[in-house]
Ligand binder design. Structure first.
Ligand SMILES: [Zn+2]
Length: 496
């Protein structure tokens, strides 16, 4: 009896521990604010209850903010922003609630005016300013105020996204961020590297940001590039294996939100990645998928990171690689009935599914996108070279007896048997409820594409083109769209 109670008790514990996380969507929170000042203050409050020192940067002086994060990190200070002409109200309130005693302004009086200094002093705050003749000089002067480091980061002073993306890592390591431009290495930068005894350089951005000649003049340089800012940020996370237990994400074009994000990501030792406003870029999906990131904190309001992106981040299919195989094609029409050609129907459904999954945040590959023919072997090898997480083959059924009807899903037991079954069990009921067809259930069969695909794989028989009932449903664009949505949500359910 006692052991039964123990077993029951342990099972309940186990269910409590595993069920919610196993069935949950990804976690997404947002650090919002009515403007960039408020976003920065709210971000600061996530990491600091009080902060005696704050680093203050002009609202449009993005170059000044680039080098701010590693410096602020050493001062255990958040980075806040202000209007250049007068201290922004939200920032003022933030300084009060953080009980700030010292403000270090980065940049000249053009970006943060003397009036702001006066206002700060009248609040009983002591003010220090680090300025420079230009952005390169400012970055060098900030570096001089940091603890010495034999490694420095060099980024283009006009490509803020690159510098912001490396900031959390650079901060953690105590590396200053120095700037240059696309014309070549700046003298301010090389001088400070010499005087500070820098022996290694991490160059951020491609050759269009830091060119070959600048690169060649740097001490022991190594480059982290990328086709765009999303890829640069993703490559940084990958290269330095940064903690993704919670990953900060901001719009790659909203520099103030990005700098705020980098600042708290640095403080918390977390990874930091970029999105664009309306959809997750490919490189961002890829890093989410490869690092299996399931918890995100967004910096900025819905105007910079829309709720569409939130939905994608929440969806467990985000970053997952789905291979979609529309059965048959070209001379191989598949089943034919009631004016339906299976090859066309399969392609139509597969294309809709492709769109739905892409909108949901997945990375998709199709074996064909037009009326072409691939052998079964080719389909399998395409799925393998896509390194897909799952393989879905889309088909329709046929029978000599026109009364045969309904929807069924096949899996094979050769490879990934349990997960193939799980995938089938997630998709099948969603197809049936989308189409209102007869539920023929989940079945096993050694169809070539699911037998030889090594990843979890299923073959969907959406309905019978030989059935007057099913074929009517499958002719309807509305039903095909519902079907695609159903399959897509079944796929999400599988990854949930
Ligand atoms: Zn078929």
């Amino acid at each position: 009896m006692r052991s039964i109670i123990k077993v029951v008790f342990l099972s309940v514990i186990a269910m409590c521990l595993f069920l919610p996380s196993a069935l949950a969507d990804n976690s997404v929170t947002r650090i919002d604010g009515k403007n960039r000042y408020a976003v920065a203050v709210n971000a600061a409050k996530k990491s600091w209850t009080t902060s005696s020192t704050v680093v203050l940067v002009g609202k449009d002086a993005y170059a000044d903010a680039l080098s701010a994060v590693p410096f602020a990190y050493q001062k255990n200070a958040p980075v806040l922003f202000t209007n250049s002409t007068s201290l922004s109200t939200d920032t003022k309130k933030g300084l009060q609630s953080l009980k700030t005693k010292n403000v270090i302004i980065l940049g000249g009086t053009k970006s943060v005016s003397g009036k702001v200094t006066t206002q700060l002093k009248s609040m009983g705050i002591s003010v220090k300013r680090i300025s420079g003749k230009n952005r390169y000089d400012l970055a060098a002067n900030i570096a001089k105020q940091m603890k010495s480091s034999s490694t420095a980061v060099v980024a283009n002073g006009f490509a803020y996204a690159d510098a912001v993306a490396i900031a959390p890592y650079a901060a953690k390591q105590g590396y200053p961020i120095l700037l240059t431009n696309d014309k070549g290495l700046r003298s301010e930068t090389s001088a400070v590297m010499k005087s500070r005894g820098v022996k290694n350089t991490i160059v951020i951005g491609g050759e269009s940001s830091v060119n070959k000649s600048a690169y060649a003049q740097l001490p022991s340089p190594g480059r982290i590039g990328g086709a765009n800012r999303y890829e640069v940020a993703a490559n940084i996370v990958k290269k330095y294996n940064m903690s993704t237990s919670t990953t900060y994400i901001s719009n790659g074009f909203a520099y103030a939100d990005a700098a705020s994000g980098a600042s708290i990501a640095a403080k918390q030792g977390k990874a930091f990645i970029f999105t664009n406003e309306k959809t997750l870029p490919k490189a961002t999906r890829q890093i989410i998928g490869s690092k299996k990131i399931t918890s995100f904190s967004i910096l900025g309001g819905t105007s910079t990171v829309t709720n569409t992106v939130v939905s994608q981040l929440k969806n467990p299919v985000v970053g997952k690689k789905v291979f979609i195989d529309p059965g048959h094609g070209a001379h191989d029409s598949g089943a034919v009935g009631y004016g339906l050609y299976e090859k066309n129907l399969n392609l139509d459904v597969a294309k809709r599914l492709n769109t739905k999954l892409n909108n949901a945040g997945a990375l998709t590959t199709m074996s064909r996108t037009s009326d072409t023919f691939d052998s079964l072997q080719t389909r399998v090898s395409k799925g393998a070279s896509a390194n897909a997480d799952i393989f879905i083959s889309v088909h329709a059924n046929s029978n000599d007896n026109s009364s045969a009807n309904g929807t069924e899903t096949y899996y094979d037991k050769t490879y990934a048997s349990a997960n193939s079954l799980k995938l089938a069990q997630n998709i099948q009921p969603k197809m049936v409820s989308a189409l209102g067809t007869r539920d023929r259930g989940v079945k096993t069969a050694g169809f070539y594409v699911i037998k030889y695909s090594k990843m979890p794989s299923v073959l969907l028989e959406t309905g019978f083109v030989s059935s007057p009932v099913d074929s009517n449903i499958l002719k309807s664009a509305t039903y095909k769209d519902r079907l695609a949505s159903g399959i897509s949500s079944g796929v999400s359910g599988y990854f949930r």
